[in-house]
Each structure stands twice: as C-alpha cells, then as structure tokens.
Design a protein around this ligand. Structure first.
Ligand SMILES: NC(=O)C1=CN([C@@H]2O[C@H](COP(=O)(O)OP(=O)(O)OC[C@H]3O[C@@H](n4cnc5c(N)ncnc54)[C@H](OP(=O)(O)O)[C@@H]3O)[C@@H](O)[C@H]2O)C=CC1
Ligand SMILES: O=C1O[C@H](COP(=O)(O)O)[C@@H](O)[C@H](O)[C@H]1O
Length: 491
C-alpha cells in the first residue's frame, strides 16, 4: 500500500541556524526526503542563514555531509543529492545586528513570488531580534510564515513575552510553533483511531477507562546539549510540550473537523481542565530523578553530573507525574506521565487500560481475567495493539489468555515511516496549523507547569538518583503502585 504524494507550491525556506544541529540532523534530511518523494516543486530554494562565514558551495558541502551522515546509503542517489544541493543557498547573517540582512533580502528578492518561510532553528533568545529584523528589512510578503522551535519560554511569563514579541511582527495564522511529536505518524494516528472508528468513543470516558499511561523514554543522555538541558530539565524539555500534547490528543472531545482552530480549541479545553499541582500536593503527585552512571543500550554510560563535566546540578532528567483532568469525561481517571533520559530503552507509548469486567463467570482454572488495554506505540516499532482475553485453543477446557490484536505498521504498510519534520515542514508551506501549537495552548500548558516548578523549588523536592539503563527511580514505581496499578512493561 502506498500513500498519495501531492506536490506543494514552490517556496523559499530560510533556516536561521542553518549550520546548527537541528538543521543538520533533522531539517535538511527531511527536506531531501520530501524532494525524493516528488513533493517539492520548482523553483523551491532552501537558504541557510547563520553567522559563520561561508559561500553557497561551502554550505552545499555542509549539507552533503549532513545527508551522508544522517540518511541511509540506499536513500542517497547522486542525482537526487545533486538536485537537492542545487536548491541550497547560504547567507551569513547575524541575528543580533544588521550584518548580512541586505544580502538576505537581495537573495530573496531575486526569487519569484514564492511562499516564504522563516524557520528559527536558533536559541529562543534570538526569536525577538530575528522577527523584528525580518520586518525592519522588509522581508515580509503576503505569503510569509515563521516557524519557531520549542522551548517557547521557560515559564509562563517568558512564554508570554516571546509570544508578544513574535506576535507584534506576525499574525497568529503566520506563526507555526513546532512540537515535533505532533508530526509523528502514530500521534496523528491517535486521531484516526479515535475519530475514524465508532467502537472506541462510547468507551472513551471514566465509566470504562481505569487509567491512562503516557511514557516517552529515551536511551540517550545529553548528546552535547548540556548548556541548554541543564537550565531546562525534563519537565520543561519534554512534559510542558510533548507529553502534555499527547495527553490532550487522548483526552480532547471530538473536534468539529480537522480544521486547526477546531482541534486546538478542544486541546485548550483539556489544558484548562488539568488539576493544579502545587506545593500542597507536588510531593505526592510528582517524582524527579537524575541518572547516575550505569549501562545504556550502547554500553557503559556516564552519569548526568559526569556528562556535565564535574558540575553540580539538581536538574531532573526524569519526571513522573500523576495528572488528572477535572471534567465530566475524565473525572477520577489518572493520567500517569513519565519521561526520562538514559532509560532502559527508547520507547514511547500511550496505554489506555480499561476497567475490569464487572463479574467473572469463569472458575479459577480458567486463569485470571486481565483488563483490556489499548497500546499505541509511538516509537520504535510503531503500531497499535488491542489486548483482549481469548480462549486458549484446544480441547483442554476453558483456559483464558491475554493476547493482542496486533497492527504493526511496518508489517501492514510498505511505505517508509516519515520523520515528523517531513510532515511539519510542508504543513507550514500548505499553511496548515492543525499540528502546531497555538499561543493560548502554549500558555495554558505553562500555567499548569509553573506551579509544579515553583513547588519543587519551594519544597526543595528531592531529585532521586536512578541508574542509567533502568526505568527511573523506585519512587516512580511507587507513584503508580500506591494506586494499585503498575507501569506497562514494554513488549
Ligand atoms: N537539536 C535538536 O534536536 C533540537 C533543537 N531544538 C531547538 O532548536 C533550536 C536550535 O537548536 P540546535 O540546532 O540544537 O542548536 P545549535 O547550537 O546546534 O545551533 C544554533 C544555530 O544558531 C546559529 N546562531 C547562533 N547565534 C546566532 C546569531 N547571533 N545569528 C545567527 N545565527 C546564530 C548557529 O550558527 P553560527 O554559530 O554560525 O551563528 C547555529 O547554526 C533551539 O531553540 C533548540 O532548543 C528543539 C528540538 C530539538
Ligand atoms: O524535543 C526534544 O525531543 C527529543 C526527543 O525526540 P524524539 O523524536 O527523538 O523522541 C529529546 O531528546 C530532546 O531532549 C527534546 O528537546
């Protein structure tokens, strides 16, 4: 089975931070993939912009190396790579001064009347200055959009300030706030599962669902991002955006359509219904952890403090939270969230555990009746499993077994699973904001996160050590076991 490819209109993508890690690992490979899928129309151009001095050819060499390093050999053909590199341009621009901006304007004006997207793959401290310079140098046309990377601020006040600055230059429908989890195939599939099937909706509430688990586990550590990460920590880096967005997609009401405003309105209602966690309950509802040396998937792993090179730090690399949504659909259904670095394996999933049957007609010899579970595996091994009880085949009498209806996407579909950025980068060109965060969503998420941060600080909440290569501190296990439940084991 293959999917239909519809080319998008030609565009100029200006990537501020075009020489950075994100551009190298994600953006350039994603755009290359869209080219080989036949989705880029002529004369599409990609313009790298950062302070480093280099000409177009040197940037093309940088991009070639990036593709060679981050794509598989069989994805690279000399023809396609050559065609891709010919789209690339580079301008040396300083976000903090006017240096290079006239050159950028000349290059952009040299193109025809294309869609113009500015991708801010730079630190958030540069967002304001770049936005204002884009305006002051006359780079905004009626087909302009701006893409901003997370983190949008480090608390509600700074997020509002950033949103104000960007919003003073661009209208909300021109601003694309990326949360790359929303571009992941299985995350979008969550909406298909919920809203393109009749069977789940009647059960999708507190009468039938016991609890929900959302796990985003990484096996990697800091990956050279200590400067950013140590100031952020797992709550700001992952929970405020990715996990909270996943929770919204699980919990929201059916939107009127897939229209961006309709979907985002529903997510916003969920965010506004999240029960406050503050200094009175943070100790019971949240767990912080930090990894110490151990063994990761790739071999021996340093501890967080060693990765910081001798620093002293209380930054959490793991968080578990028992969240609750105070509305009619979800009252009393806990949403257990956990995320961490240097965990046992890279594994992200959403697990919906249904309530147990009200009464069993089977005697003990049949075995225990286990509650149904719907497991949506976001990565790796993307797919959906609906765990059910069935009779063990054979004449041996009624013996029950818990087995999954298994829909592994790799087995079912022949198409390559595209990286989230492939979808999102082109949604910007299509001007489709459904999978991007609206200003009020970002701020509502901070409104929930801020009191947790404050409580941690004021209560001096302990950061529990956990060994690299494990599932986090034992306190996270206790968080869910106190309620008579257990974390779903990866299968
Ligand atoms: N890397 C990742 O996986 C992810 C990153 N992000 C976010 O994306 C953004 C970029 O991250 P990342 O690529 O890792 O960062 P890097 O530090 O690797 O890259 C930063 C880029 O910004 C450029 N830059 C720095 N200062 C200026 C300036 N004054 N004017 C113009 N360009 C400048 C740098 O080039 P030069 O020095 O030549 O100017 C470089 O190209 C950050 O906001 C990050 O939080 C979000 C999710 C994942
Ligand atoms: O946004 C971020 O996400 C990555 C994890 O993304 P994934 O697509 O590899 O699951 C995380 O490593 C990083 O710290 C964070 O900033």
């Amino acid at each position: 089975m293959t999917s239909q490819i519809i080319p998008v209109d030609p565009f100029d993508y200006v990537v501020f931070g075009g020489t950075g890690d994100l551009a190298e690992r994600k953006l350039l490979p994603a755009l290359y993939h869209r080219q080989i899928s036949g989705q880029l129309s002529e004369p599409t151009r990609i313009i790298g912009a950062s302070r480093s001095e280099m000409d177009h050819d040197a940037y093309r060499q940088f991009a070639r190396a990036a593709l060679e390093e981050h794509l598989k050999q069989d994805e690279l053909s000399e023809d396609e790579v050559g065609r891709f590199l010919a789209r690339l341009y580079y301008v040396s621009v300083d976000a903090m001064s006017d240096k290079g901006w006239d050159d950028l304007k000349a290059l952009l004006d040299d193109g025809s009347d294309e869609i113009r997207a500015f991708y801010l793959a730079v630190g958030p401290s540069l967002f304001g200055s770049i936005s204002e310079r884009i305006r002051n140098h006359g780079l905004i046309t009626d087909k302009t959009r701006i893409v901003v990377e997370k983190p949008i601020g480090r608390d509600l006040a700074s997020a509002k300030a950033l949103n104000n600055t960007i919003g003073s230059v661009f209208a909300e429908d021109q601003i694309f706030r990326i949360d790359h989890y929303l571009g992941k195939e299985t995350v979008q599939n969550l909406m298909a599962l919920r809203f393109a099937n009749a069977m789940y909706e009647p059960l999708w509430n507190s009468a039938h669902i016991d609890h929900v688990q959302i796990t985003v586990a990484e096996s990697v550590g800091l990956e050279g991002r200590a400067g950013y990460y140590d100031k952020a920590g797992a709550l700001r880096d992952m929970v405020q955006n990715h996990l909270v967005q996943l929770l919204c997609l699980v919990a929201m009401e059916a939107p009127a359509s897939m229209d961006a405003e309709a979907v985002r309105d529903e997510k916003l209602k969920v965010l506004r219904s999240l029960k406050r966690i503050n200094d009175s309950n943070a100790d019971n509802l949240t767990v912080r952890g930090q990894y110490k040396a151990g063994a990761s998937a790739g071999g021996p792993a340093k501890g967080y403090l060693e990765e910081l090179e001798g620093g002293v730090s209380n930054t959490e690399t793991f968080v578990a939270i028992k969240a609750e949504i105070e509305n009619w659909r979800w009252a009393g259904v806990p949403f257990y969230l956990r995320t961490g670095k240097r965990m046992s394996e890279r594994m992200s999933e959403i697990v919906i555990t249904f309530k147990p049957i009200p009464h069993s007609i089977f005697d003990d010899s049949a075995g225990k009746v286990i509650a149904n579970q719907l497991v949506m595996r976001l990565q790796p091994n993307e797919g959906v499993k609906q765990w059910m009880m069935i009779k063990d085949p054979g004449p041996g009498g009624m013996r029950l077994r818990h087995i999954p209806l298994d829909m592994s996407f790799a087995d079912r579909f022949e198409v390559r699973n595209p990286d989230a950025y492939e979808r999102l980068l082109l949604d910007v060109i299509r001007s489709n904001q459904t999978l991007f965060m609206r200003r009020d969503e970002v701020e509502a998420a901070w409104l929930w996160v801020d009191p947790i941060l404050k409580a941690w600080e004021e209560n001096g909440q302990k950061v529990h050590p956990y060994t690299a290569g494990t599932w986090g501190p034992s306190q996270a296990i206790a968080l869910i076991e106190r309620d008579g439940r257990t974390w779903h084991e990866s299968d």
